[in-house]
Write a protein that binds this ligand. Structure first.
Ligand code: PNS
Length: 168
């Protein structure tokens, strides 16, 4: 039986190192489109994240506390296998600029080939957030720049703490 969007489960996967207001905007809009939204962090031993998976999950949980149909999780291995195990019918991704498109298109087509039953759904980033990336936020904070308004306050505090610790 086909699921209506209102009852469908979607996975919003990513690194979220750390969550930004751009991610949160997508989560808020995704939570209105899908019955349940699972924000899930890839456990990737090859990447060198600033925050470990548990810290990133904590920050995500704090940020999505106001959305009752949003859950935070983590996964390893193939995204489509995880999505199928969770019973998801959609993968949610955001596109900020044309530069995101090529990478996202390639992943979406590959994921469709691997698991044709799961659709990738793209939302365009809100204009106010389209220039925000976790990488830039980390760089700016590490160099002493102002990151307020780019990430939730709890994330900002952790980033500052980390930058101070790295300097000491
Ligand atoms: O936020 P990111 O780092 O751009 O997210 C990338 C992510 C986690 C969505 C992507 O790397 C992924 O799905 N990795 C899981 C492994 C996998 O399924 N690889 C094949 C993708 S076609």
């Amino acid at each position: 039986m086909a699921l209506s969007p209102g009852s469908a489960l979607a996975i919003y996967p990513g690194s979220f190192d750390p969550i930004t207001y751009g991610h949160l905007d997508l989560i808020e809009r995704g939570s209105r489109l899908f019955g349940r939204l699972v924000v899930s962090i890839l456990r990737n031993d090859k990447k060198q994240p600033l925050f470990d998976v548990e810290e990133r999950m904590e920050m995500l949980r704090e940020a999505v506390a106001g959305y009752p149909n949003v859950e935070v999780d983590s996964f390893h291995g193939l995204l489509v296998d995880y999505a199928a195990r969770r019973g998801a019918t959609a993968i949610l991704r955001g596109i900020r600029a044309v530069s995101d498109y090529e990478y996202e298109l390639q992943m979406a087509l590959m994921n469709r080939r691997l698991q044709p039953d799961i659709e990738t759904v793209f939302l365009l980033a809100g204009e106010a957030y389209s220039f925000i990336s976790s990488r830039l936020v980390k760089e700016i904070c590490g160099l002493g720049g102002n990151i307020s308004g780019l990430v939730p306050p709890g994330v900002e505090a952790r980033l500052r703490e980390r930058a101070a610790r790295d300097k000491a």
